[in-house]
Design a binder for this molecule. Structure first.
Ligand SMILES: Cc1ncc(COP(=O)(O)O)c(C=O)c1O
Length: 381
């Protein structure tokens, strides 16, 4: 089997699973309980939090645990909007955000907030001047992702932050779900960014757990009311085994980040060398200065993405068309549409996304499969 769908989810690292099982067995208490078992569970919770802060070298920032990237995005977008509704009603998000951000913004529109959706340039990046032109006196929040989950386009967050330096009243949120563990943190962490959301299952942690980084001086309303957990900012008994396992997965991914980056570059080059030679293939994420090496987005012109996916699946290879949620609903990619890619590219979109467990020989096999596939599918071209 070749699994190249790591942007959808990564297989849990066995060492992480081991932590999950051990913490489940050895720390049965609820951190809110006053007795010894509760205190022991709280220790694991706080150690995990501290570990994440240390790995990311966070100063003056806090970590709040969530159920994953979608909750983190919803919590911050809705929470900030609700908390600041007396200061303004205008929100800016990019048009290429994950559905968790876009649909949270759409729900806010129904409540009377106004949302501006920023169009990317032809490479799928948001230009600083596009952001600058959209800012109004009543803008309260800007949300722009770090790395796009479909194309791998790295957003120029430092340049966008420079624009926002002039507007200290505007809250800046970054969905860094596809950046963490794959890109060095300098591309998604800087002093101007107030909030970031992350998801454990994108870096070989368990599914259904994530975290948000927040600035203690920036306020937001909780999404889940409850028993005062997470400083009163997110109700619900903390998922201690998943949180401890996620902290471990983060450490493992950081220990390995440089080797993985090198490997992804090599693997991506093998694929690009093959695709570039064949005019029937169209590559979106080619430029290595713009796109992360772990995501390669391309199309076999004239052949629908699903046809290729199912053909490869029969060979034991798993890639995807758009994001997992959009492909599931059979919708054309809003990201490629915003980039104004031609129709035939949108219909044929394919995404290969790499993870730490993949290796060079898998990419060589994959290229062979693509070569054979072209012979079989050429009737469609
Ligand atoms: C950029 C981005 N944000 C948010 C999410 C949602 O994360 P989760 O699956 O943990 O809810 C994803 C998942 O694909 C993503 O790629």
């Amino acid at each position: 089997m070749i699994y190249f769908d790591n942007s959808a989810t990564t297989p849990i690292d066995p060492r992480v699973l081991d932590t999950f099982v051990k913490v489940s067995q050895n720390y049965p208490g609820n951190p809110s309980s006053l007795h010894q078992l509760g205190r022991k569970a709280t220790e694991v919770l706080e150690l995990s939090r501290q570990q994440i802060k240390d790995i990311l070298n966070l100063k003056n920032r806090e970590v709040l645990f969530t159920s994953g990237g979608s909750e983190g995005d919803n919590l911050i977008i809705k929470g900030v909007a609700h908390n600041r509704k007396f200061s303004g009603h205008h929100i800016i998000v990019s048009a290429i955000e994950h559905a968790a951000v876009l649909n949270a913004a759409k729900q806010l529109e129904k409540e009377g907030f106004e949302v501006t959706y920023l169009s990317p340039d032809k490479n799928g990046q948001i230009r600083p001047e596009t952001l600058s032109n959209a800012i109004r006196n009543d803008t309260i929040l800007v949300s722009i992702m770090a790395v796009n989950n479909e194309t791998g386009a790295i957003q120029p967050l430092d340049e966008l932050s420079d624009i926002l330096q002039k507007y200290p009243q505007i809250v800046f949120h970054v969905d860094a779900v596809q950046a963490i563990g794959k890109q060095l943190e300098s591309i998604y962490l800087n002093d101007r960014i107030d909030f970031l959301s992350f998801s454990g299952h994108k870096f070989r942690g368990p599914r259904g757990v994530g975290f948000v980084i927040y600035h203690p001086n920036r306020h937001f309303d909780p999404l889940i009311a409850g028993g005062g957990q997470e400083n009163g900012l997110r109700g619900g008994t903390e998922n201690i085994p998943a949180i401890a396992a996620m902290a471990k997965a983060l450490r493992l991914s950081f220990d390995n980040i440089n080797q993985c980056q090198k490997k992804y570059i090599e693997m991506k080059n093998i694929l690009l060398n093959f695709l570039d030679k064949d005019p029937d293939f169209y590559v979106i994420s080619k430029n290595s200065k713009i796109y992360t090496p772990s995501i390669i987005s391309f199309a076999l012109i004239g052949v629908k993405g699903e046809t290729v996916i199912h053909y490869l699946e029969a060979q034991g290879t798993f890639i995807s068309t758009t994001s997992a949620c959009a492909s599931n609903r059979n919708q054309p990619s809003h990201v490629l549409m915003a980039m104004k890619e031609p129709d035939e590219v949108i219909k044929g979109e394919l995404r290969v996304s790499l993870g730490p467990q993949n290796d060079i020989s898998e990419m060589k096999n994959f290229v062979n499969q693509l070569e054979k596939m072209k012979d079989k599918l050429k009737v469609f071209i």
